[in-house]
Design a protein. Structure first.
Length: 89
């Protein structure tokens, strides 16, 4: 971990994440996070700073999940049933 920030109960976690990200060198970095970080502003900031991100996308964002599944086609685990997935063997 490169940085962390304590978020008080009355603070906004998304706003705090931006404060943290703006203070980190993101060039070539891979930022991971839970679904709350699937925010356009956060993703844009990471990309603009030449970083990369990997965030969880949950069922409460069906349009985003659909777009991801469409982008990866047959390689996406989002659109395939377990029996349809290719095996690693």
């Amino acid at each position: 971990m490169v940085g962390d920030l304590v978020v008080e109960p009355d603070q906004n976690e998304i706003t705090a994440a931006m404060v943290l990200l703006k203070g980190l060198p993101l060039d070539g970095a891979i930022i991971t996070g839970d679904a709350i970080f699937c925010q356009r502003e956060i993703c844009r900031h990471i990309r603009d700073a030449n970083g990369h991100y990997l965030f969880v996308v949950k069922d409460n964002q069906p349009e985003l999940k659909s777009d991801i599944a469409e982008s990866f086609g047959d390689l996406s685990p989002l659109g395939a049933k377990p029996s349809d997935r290719r095996s690693a063997a």
